[in-house]
Design a protein around this ligand. Structure first.
Ligand code: CUA
Length: 314
């Protein structure tokens, strides 16, 4: 990722970025100008008109029409400029071009999943073609999240029970950071991902191949890949330290105690159930916050994850 941003902005990598930056810079430098006018004048007046003795009196001033007109009219013109400039840009960012490529975005605590028109699904990684508008149709499974890609200058809330949308067009290939920009609970800060912009040929090839199917890997190796690519590692660590969820190394064959007082010896069926119906059994000391991975993981992938967990030492 190159880093030719400015002091105030990351590099602009979408067709809209230049317009956003221009308006931002206008507002910032205008504000800076007025800040200087106010502060410099203030300091000058404090010195020039300071009280010079016990019998110094304040002159009797009522008003100054010229001055009052200037400080009313000039700011009014400026805010009118900012309004029309901003409204124009807002409309440009809100109206999705007709030929946009549509990706369905689902946010949940605490990861992003992206579904493509051909059925591909990725987690925490949005892959898009360069030079083509991309529409993101977004909804949340739980609380309010916000999709934020600083390099594209787009940020849009993602809500439960309704769709929101945003769009962008990235002219060049590259990789960009994606963040959740709305506090959504314990692991909000880890609800991050990448946007990968490919050439349209690379993108078509990527669509066709889909995600890695684990060919040429052992089930445990494939499971390790999935543990990261499906974002299990956001909440579960494998170094023995509990995070949002329990640590998952060396859990096979040990006894887990649940919040309802029952307990079970961890086996394949328990892990499978925990992935597909995470709310059924909650390990003591943890919150019932895990989302279901039903429809996100295939049977083969669940097998691979179980093989991976079995391979981990305590
Ligand atoms: Cu999702 Cu913050």
């Amino acid at each position: 990722m190159d880093s030719t941003g400015t002091l105030f902005m990351p590099p602009g990598r979408s067709t809209i970025a230049g317009d956003v930056d221009a308006l931002f810079n206008f507002i910032m430098y205008a504000s800076l100008g007025f800040f200087l006018i106010v502060v410099v004048t203030m300091i000058y007046f404090v010195i020039r008109y300071r009280r010079r003795g016990a019998d110094a009196t304040t002159p009797d001033l009522s008003h100054n029409l010229k001055l009052e007109l200037i400080w009313s009219i000039v700011p009014t013109i400026l805010v009118i400029i900012v309004f029309f400039w901003g409204f124009n840009l807002f409309m440009k960012m809100s109206i999705v071009p007709h030929d946009a490529y549509e990706v369905k975005v689902t946010a949940q605590q605490w990861f992003w999943s992206f579904s493509y028109p051909n059925g591909n699904t990725t987690v925490n990684e949005l892959t898009v073609p360069a030079g083509r508008p991309v529409k993101l149709l977004m909804s949340s499974q739980d609380v309010i999240h916000s999709l934020f890609v600083p390099d594209f200058r787009i940020k849009m809330d993602v809500l439960p029970n309704r769709y929101t949308m945003t769009w962008f067009e990235a002219p060049e290939t590259g990789t960009h950071n994606l963040f959740c920009a709305e506090y959504c609970g314990t692991s909000h800060s880890e609800m991050i991902g990448l946007v990968k912009v490919l050439t349209s040929e690379q993108f078509d090839k990527w669509l066709e191949e889909g995600e890695s199917s684990g060919d040429g890997m052992t089930p445990a190796e494939y499971g390790q890949v999935l543990f990261k690519s499906k974002a299990c590692n956001t909440c579960h660590k494998v170094d023995g330290v509990a995070h949002t969820g329990p640590a998952l190394n060396g859990i096979m064959g040990i006894s887990h105690k649940f919040t309802d007082g029952t307990s079970i010896v961890v086996d394949e069926n328990y892990i499978r159930e925990s992935v597909l119906n995470p709310q059924t059994k909650i390990v003591e000391g943890f919150q019932p916050v895990m989302p279901t991975f039903q429809g996100i993981l295939s049977e083969k992938q669940i097998d691979a994850l179980i093989a991976y967990l079995k391979s981990l030492e305590k």
